[in-house]
Design a protein around this ligand. Structure first.
Ligand SMILES: Cc1cc2nc3c(=O)[nH]c(=O)nc-3n(C[C@H](O)[C@H](O)[C@H](O)COP(=O)(O)O)c2cc1C
Length: 355
């Protein structure tokens, strides 16, 4: 059953930022954990390797609520080295998909959130200034109880001049700013647009490697996870893993899958240029997340690499968590599912089949 979401799609990003989280996240009571951390993720003890990926936890209040509700691996939303605006409202709509979603489909979107739950989200990765997010992130890093770890996510911003050197330098600055918060794991979003092209950074393998190396150099001992999109091409994924998987400590897959999103009249559902195509997440992309985890685990074994795999995509119940764990995920995260099921971490703790 779906509950009131902790991020309210009917309100603007700003309104959610100032007044949220909502529903059960509005007043969570920290349940003192009786668990002894049985798991370890990138050197950190973890009660249950389950969390919320980059996005829905838009500031420290949201991360704190997630920790209280038992999500032991929450990711503080993707930030940037400078303030960056959100796309106009609406930013979230329900989409109705028959079966599994593959790219290139056209979907009808509306405000009717029903199970099996899939949505589109379109924010443009907004960010506050580091003056806001650095102390906000540092406070929740400290707030985490034993067996819980807050992950800090960020991405570089294209430069106004189109300079690749400035783009790479921005990633290094971001790594330094995150390091200063005391965060114990950093995630970098490579499923974002690359400088100079419309394609995603994770598909430009030489540049992704160069940036990963520059970030690692700045972070020192802090583990680095890279967040990637679904790779349709197996050979390309193999190349990515050979080049980037040997530099980073973890790979998180997947981000959203693109589709054209229209309203019931067939008109573009999200207002503004470039927003006909939008990222879809939730139940309809679970197949793609699980498949990527299986491929990443196989590649890790065959190439004798060490990176940890974070499984993301369409987890809305304990069975979804189990499916990713069986596929070999070291940790599992849910964005859409957790938004509408704020008790999902408790459900996973009670019902999941431990490996
Ligand atoms: C509201 C919302 C905002 C998101 N923002 C980001 C983001 O800023 N950075 C990022 O790497 N992924 C972002 N994502 C993608 C999620 O981290 C995740 O990869 C995707 O939603 C698939 O997981 P799900 O099916 O459990 O939702 C966002 C997702 C949602 C629902």
């Amino acid at each position: 059953m779906l509950s009131e979401p902790f991020y309210d799609p009917l309100r603007s990003y700003q309104d959610n930022f100032e007044h949220g989280p909502f529903g059960l996240f509005a007043d969570p009571h920290r349940i003192p954990s009786s668990e002894t951390p049985k798991h370890s993720f990138l050197g950190q003890p973890v009660n249950t390797p389950f969390g919320i990926p980059a996005g829905p936890l838009i500031n420290g209040k949201y991360v704190k609520a997630a920790l209280d509700m038992g999500f032991d691996l929450p990711v503080y939303k993707t930030v940037r080295t400078r303030q960056y605006p959100s796309h106009p409202w609406p930013n979230v709509l329900a989409v109705h998909v028959d079966g599994d979603l593959h790219t290139g489909r056209t979907l009808v979107a509306d405000g009717n959130y029903t199970e099996p739950l899939s949505i589109t989200n379109s924010f443009g990765v907004p960010s506050y200034d580091p003056e806001f997010w650095q102390p906000d992130m540092a406070a929740v890093v400290k707030y985490a109880a034993p067996g819980q770890v807050v992950v800090g996510s960020y991405q570089g911003t294209k430069s106004e001049t189109g300079s690749v050197a400035a783009y790479i330098a921005d990633y290094v600055t971001g790594a330094r700013l995150l390091k200063e918060t005391g965060v114990k794991i950093v995630e970098v979003n490579f499923s974002c647009p690359n400088e100079g092209t419309a394609a995603l950074l994770c598909f430009d393998i030489p540049r992704a490697r160069e940036i990963a190396e520059a970030i690692k150099n700045e972070l020192g001992d802090i583990p680095l996870v890279t967040k990637i999109a679904y790779f349709g091409d197996d050979e390309r994924l193999g190349q990515f893993v050979r080049e980037v998987g040997s530099v980073v400590d973890g790979i998180s897959a997947i981000n959203t899958v693109s589709a054209n999103v229209v309203d019931e009249q067939g008109q573009q559902a999200l207002p503004g240029e470039g927003r006909l195509s939008s990222g879809v997440c939730g139940h309809a992309i679970q197949w793609a997340g699980v498949e990527m985890v299986e491929r990443l685990v196989r590649l890790r074994e065959s190439l004798s690499l060490k990176y940890r795999v974070v499984g993301v995509g369409g987890v809305t119940d304990a069975a979804g968590f189990d499916r990713f764990r069986r596929a070999g995920a070291d940790a599992v995260m849910s964005a859409t599912g957790a938004m509408w099921k704020p008790t999902l971490a408790r459900e996973v703790k009670e019902q999941a089949h431990e490996l």
